[in-house]
Every structure is written in C-alpha cells, then in structure tokens.
Design a protein around this ligand. Structure first.
Ligand code: HEC
Length: 109
C-alpha cells in the first residue's frame, strides 16, 4: 500500500512539472497578450496599417532572445527608452523600428 502512495505522489509531481514546463514553452511564443490593432487604436501619429505592420515586425523580430513582452507591460515612456537598446539587437531599419515603437506604445508617445 505504502509504495503505491509514494508512486502516486511522484506521479503527481511529474504531472505538475510537465505542466509547468509546457506553460513556459508556450509563453515564449505566446501572442495572446499582443493586442490586435483595430480602428479604436488609431491615433494622430499611428494609422491602422502602421500598427498592424508594427505588430508583425515585433512578433517576427523581438522574440528570439526572450518572450514577447506585452505592450501593456510598459508605459509608452518606458518603451521609448527600451527601444533604442533593443533596436540594435535586431536587423530592423529605422523605419521598421518606428513601426514597432508605434505598436508597443499603442500609437501614443
Ligand atoms: C539579441 C537578443 C535580443 C533581441 C533580438 C531583442 N532583445 Fe529585448 N532584451 C534582450 C536582453 C538580453 C534583455 C535583458 C537585459 C537588458 O535589459 O538589456 C532584454 C530585455 C528586454 C525588455 C525588458 C526591458 C526592461 O527594462 O525590463 C524588453 C521590453 C525588450 N527586451 C523588448 C525587445 C524588443 C521590443 C525587441 C525587438 C525590437 C527586442 N527586445 C529584441 C535581448 C534581446
């Protein structure tokens, strides 16, 4: 009886461990926190097309070293200090980085 109990406990640890690994793997390519731009996100300095392009560029270029941070995790002011550090780590040009910045700042400054 006792060894069955131990096996059960070990099995449960295994399941918890497996599930936590699975969760980690998902978060590195998780795009559910990345809002999909709509007409409501358009501002005087960001068109819908720019926000959409910015999202694509962000997903395709900013998730290779770390998970994709949600745009809402930082204020536009923070993004404006983060982007000059992260931009050179990618192969994106100035115009493309401007689009990414518009997306993560939700078209704000
Ligand atoms: C070559 C690897 C690499 C790429 C590509 C990269 N980053 Fe980073 N990023 C890092 C590292 C390393 C850190 C943590 C250390 C640091 O802050 O410099 C980091 C940290 C961050 C942080 C957290 C900053 C903070 O102060 O909390 C954000 C947000 C971020 N990156 C966004 C981006 C964005 C946006 C892009 C695409 C334009 C990008 N990263 C591309 C390596 C990368």
């Amino acid at each position: 009886m006792r060894s069955i109990k131990i096996k059960c406990v070990l099995c449960m640890f295994g399941i918890v461990f497996f599930m936590s690994c699975k969760k980690d793997n998902n978060s590195s390519s998780n795009t559910s926190d990345l809002y999909i731009p709509s007409a409501a996100d358009v501002t005087p300095i960001a068109t819908l097309a720019e926000l959409q392009q910015g999202r694509d560029l962000y997903i395709n270029n900013c998730g290779s070293c770390h998970s994709l941070h949600s745009p809402d995790s930082y204020t536009p002011a923070s993004w404006n200090t983060i982007m000059p550090n992260m931009g050179p780590k990618t192969n994106l040009n100035y115009n493309q980085l401007t689009l990414v910045t518009k997306y993560v700042c939700r078209g704000k400054q």
